[in-house]
Design a binder for this molecule. Structure first.
Ligand SMILES: [Zn+2]
Length: 418
């Protein structure tokens, strides 16, 4: 029962275009996935939800003192706009941008390797930072990332831009003391969507195994590895289970707007709150297809799952690196609601969230390599006489999940009540 690698590759090429959450292109991608499902006789639903999105981001960074230079930059989506003439301010390097480094920054533009999470964001605002310049990863192009709306809705806007690693190094080495930062973009609320389809179980229809992959991309990037490849992988799985229904219900969900803060999966757990008790497991595929790469499984579930995957990985001989770990993806909101998961990822291709994330280093063979494994794992679990894994999440994973959500800036229900 293999994945049809060539067919998956064909659809992957069609789906690899920029599909920012909330854009017309994302809507088109959802319709393309739904059309493929209808073609095999399935009846997908499109579940809409509201999101913050943006368009036409522009950013410029100029060094004014003690030397002058223009530096190429990309706007951090949803970070707001500077006045049209930009902001002129002293530049202060604050390492990782986390709270301990955010001191004596009033009236400054900060330079950091990360956005410091919700706490860093909040402290930057409180301490009077005017704007931020973020340094990209070594060897990668400009990032096209965005701020999670959980952060700016609570703390306000902080215009920010990404620059390349080498340019960041240059600014620090040459002692850039004063810069001008210009950021502009259109920001608006709009609709995004999840594509959902059920294949009812033949004997245990009340037990649901969610098979998920996000289908959106970051701004202006093909998002072939991340995550058109995961989307076509689970589409192949849906075709398989349509032809060979399992004992348990399989629910396939293509999540929208993952890249702007897991918005599709947050919307899903809200809309399906009543049903979540029936969700016994989630199989998530996020980043796949690299010709050069390694197969990983992040297990947010009992160690029984970890051990099982380890053994099964050896049966397949695919060098599966299974570990107990959270994954930054749609498994987080589900895990928060007690649904155990495994996220499969084949990393190693061009850096994701940059222009390098294209189909050029993906092929049918490597789509099928991880796809076949995920399909078989899901098939064994969904056809087992008794469900093999407890509906449990280890305490350490629960704690990491909680920290992840707090770092993203979301106010957790129990904190909100305090
Ligand atoms: Zn992803």
């Amino acid at each position: 029962m293999p994945i049809h690698g060539d067919r998956a590759m064909e659809f992957l090429k069609k789906l690899s275009f920029p599909r920012l959450g909330g854009s017309e292109a994302e809507k088109k991608a959802a319709e393309m996935i739904a059309a493929e499902l209808r073609e095999v006789g399935l009846d997908p639903r499109i579940e809409e939800f509201e999101v913050w999105s943006f368009a036409n981001p522009v950013a410029k960074v100029q060094v004014l003192e003690p030397y002058t230079a223009d530096i190429e930059a990309s706007a951090l989506g949803l970070s707001g706009c500077t006045p049209p003439e930009g902001i002129e301010a002293p530049l202060k390097y604050i390492e990782t941008g986390t709270v301990e480094f955010i001191n004596d920054v009033e009236g400054c533009i900060t330079l950091a390797t990360g956005n410091g999470g919700a706490k860093g964001y909040e402290r930057s605002k409180k301490k009077g930072v005017l704007g931020r310049i973020l340094i990209g990863r070594q060897g990668a192009g400009l990032f096209n990332l965005a701020v999670n709306s959980f952060q700016f809705e609570r703390f306000g806007k902080l215009p920010s831009a990404w620059i390349r690693y080498e340019d960041g190094l240059d600014l620090i080495r040459k002692g850039a003391a004063k810069v001008r930062l210009f950021v502009s973009q259109d920001e608006f609320k709009t609709m995004s969507r999840n594509v959902v389809v059920d294949i009812p179980g033949t004997s245990e229809p009340e037990e649901i195994i969610l098979v998920g992959a996000h289908f959106d991309s970051v701004y202006d990037i093909d998002g072939a590895h991340d995550n058109a490849a995961g989307s076509v992988t689970i589409l192949e799985m849906a075709r398989h289970f349509r032809a060979h229904p399992a004992k348990r219900t399989l629910r396939f969900v293509w999540f929208g707007t993952e890249e702007l803060g897991l918005k599709g999966s947050w919307a899903y757990i809200e809309k399906h709150a009543e049903e979540l008790k029936k969700h016994v497991f989630m199989v998530n595929v996020d980043v796949a297809g690299s010709i050069i790469g390694t197969n990983n499984a992040s297990v947010m579930a009992s160690d029984k799952v970890l051990n099982y995957l380890d053994v099964m990985g050896k049966e397949y001989g695919i060098g599966l690196n299974a570990r107990s770990s959270i994954y930054s993806g749609d498994c987080i909101p589900l895990g928060h609601k007690g649904v155990p998961s495994v996220t499969f990822a084949r990393g190693g291709g061009g850096p994701i969230h940059t222009k390098a994330d294209t189909v050029h280093d993906i092929d049918a063979k490597h789509l099928a390599m991880l796809g076949d494994f995920v399909l078989d794992f899901t098939s064994r679990m969904s056809n087992a006489v008794s469900f093999p894994f407890p509906r449990e999440i280890p305490e350490s994973i629960k704690k990491q999940t909680r920290e992840y959500i707090e770092n993203a800036g979301k106010v957790l229900e129990d904190n909100a009540k305090k």
